[in-house]
Write a new protein. Structure first.
Length: 437
């Protein structure tokens, strides 16, 4: 394929890559892996289509209201208005895939606070969200200039947390992708409407998709830390042999390590499976602890007003957490009452200290495995890649560094976010700087 991608059809090697995040979803298209990076990889502006705060990010959220289903930023706005009626949005719904019994978890009905109609199961929500995501991708690609014909129909890859390629959950997700494709075709641009989609239309589309699923063009799932390690090594100017990935998202924290062989052709990235871990010590748990701290500081009780406030705080917890760690404090106003918490308050909180201790244990267990390999091969350094939204939290690098002094004794750690050092990085897209981790 020539560098000018405006003519001709899509390369058979092209892939749409979806980071189906618990909090936010994003995607890009790799037109051809043989092309230079600045030509071959394009961000897909999902947030531009969904009218999100960031043109490349869209919130992973659904909301059922008055017989209709809403997605993305519109759903979040409805959820804010629904607080007074004890209503909740469906957030972090991808975390159901990490359940011990995935089929049972997917078969569960959404709680009445999320779906008063009692219509939808967790599985239905996942299928509908994937259909919405498909429509976002198609509309966003339509707005990206100079793409080859058929770009929207390129094979798709998605990032997966703990499950193995070819495993039962991976196969199940392929079925869900195919049903999502059928729902997307059936409902089309209705999924992007500010007016939402009626429950009757959603139910009809889900039933028909289950009977006649379409080809969701799914290529494979990619283990999230593997993707992070590969990206870090692709961009760095000075790769080292062992790469340790700490990937904190909203629902899960995934830890993995890799042995990078630069001498092989092509270079290989082999996972050190003994270091792999996945746990729920992640962003949502920090949000919960932070909300509990605010409520305790207010002297809140189980009154209706306090429960309403707690519901509101949960909706805004991610934004509040960003303010807390960026500015050192976060202030909540409710009527005449103002409550301020500081980072120090959180760091001294018993729940948070327990969270840090458990997370440190997890990091130490995996780092010890990698350090043993590094010492055995006389490798002078371990690269630690901090990925996921949690990499923005200031205490994470210090926690890894502190744990490393014992767990990786004698082996220096080079710790940094997944922010490429290569000079090409500055020329690709300005928005990559903030969303890369």
């Amino acid at each position: 394929m020539a560098d000018d991608t405006s003519g001709g059809g899509i390369s058979p090697q092209a892939r749409i890559c979806i980071d189906f995040g618990t909090a936010l979803s994003k995607a890009c298209i790799c037109l051809d892996p043989t092309l230079p990076l600045e030509v071959g990889v394009r961000p897909i502006p999902l947030g531009l289509v969904s009218e999100s705060d960031h043109p490349l990010l869209t919130p992973s959220v659904l909301f059922v209201d008055n017989g209709r289903l809403f997605f993305g930023p519109v759903a979040f706005a409805y959820a804010h208005r629904g607080v007074a009626m004890n209503r909740d949005p469906l957030l972090s719904f991808k975390s159901v895939l990490a359940a011990k019994d995935v089929n049972a978890a997917l078969a569960e009905k959404l709680p009445p606070s999320m779906d008063p109609s009692g219509t939808f199961r967790q599985r239905d929500a996942l299928v509908l969200y994937l259909a919405y995501l498909d429509q976002l991708i198609r509309e966003a690609l339509r707005r990206v200039p100079s793409l080859p014909q058929g770009a929207a129909d390129a094979k798709r890859r998605y990032t997966s947390p703990a499950w193995q390629r070819g495993g039962s959950v991976d196969k199940l997700f392929a079925v869900i992708f195919n049903e999502g494709a059928a729902v997307s075709r059936k409902l089309g641009r209705l999924l992007l409407s500010h007016e939402g989609v009626s429950i009757a239309q959603c139910k009809d589309a889900l039933e028909k998709a289950a009977l006649a699923p379409e080809d969701g063009n799914l290529d494979t799932g990619v283990f999230e830390p593997h993707a992070a390690a590969a990206a870090a090594l692709a961009y760095t100017n000075s790769p080292t042999r062992f790469v340790f990935v700490f990937d904190m998202g909203a629902g899960t924290t995934d830890i993995a390590a890799f042995d990078f062989n630069e001498d092989a052709f092509p270079p290989t990235l082999e996972e050190i499976t003994e270091a792999r871990q996945s746990c729920n010590l992640a962003g949502d748990e920090i949000d919960r602890i932070m909300v509990d701290l605010i409520m305790a500081k207010r002297g809140a009780r189980q009154h209706e007003e306090d429960l309403r406030l707690k519901r509101t705080l949960k909706l805004h917890a991610r934004a509040m957490k960003k303010v807390l760690f960026t500015e050192g404090k976060c202030t909540v106003k409710d009527g005449w009452k103002t409550t301020t918490i500081r980072v120090q308050d959180l760091s001294e909180d018993e729940q948070f200290r327990g969270f840090i201790a458990k997370l440190g244990e997890r990091i130490g267990m995996s780092l010890a495995v990698v350090a043993a390999r590094a010492r055995g091969t006389a490798t002078p350094m371990i690269d630690v890649v901090l990925a996921g939204g949690g990499s923005h939290l200031g205490f994470i690098p210090e926690l890894v560094r502190s744990v490393g002094t014992t767990a990786a004794q004698g082996v220096p750690l080079r710790i940094g976010p997944l922010s490429p050092a290569n000079v090409l990085y500055a020329n690709v897209d300005e928005y990559f700087v903030s969303v890369s981790p």
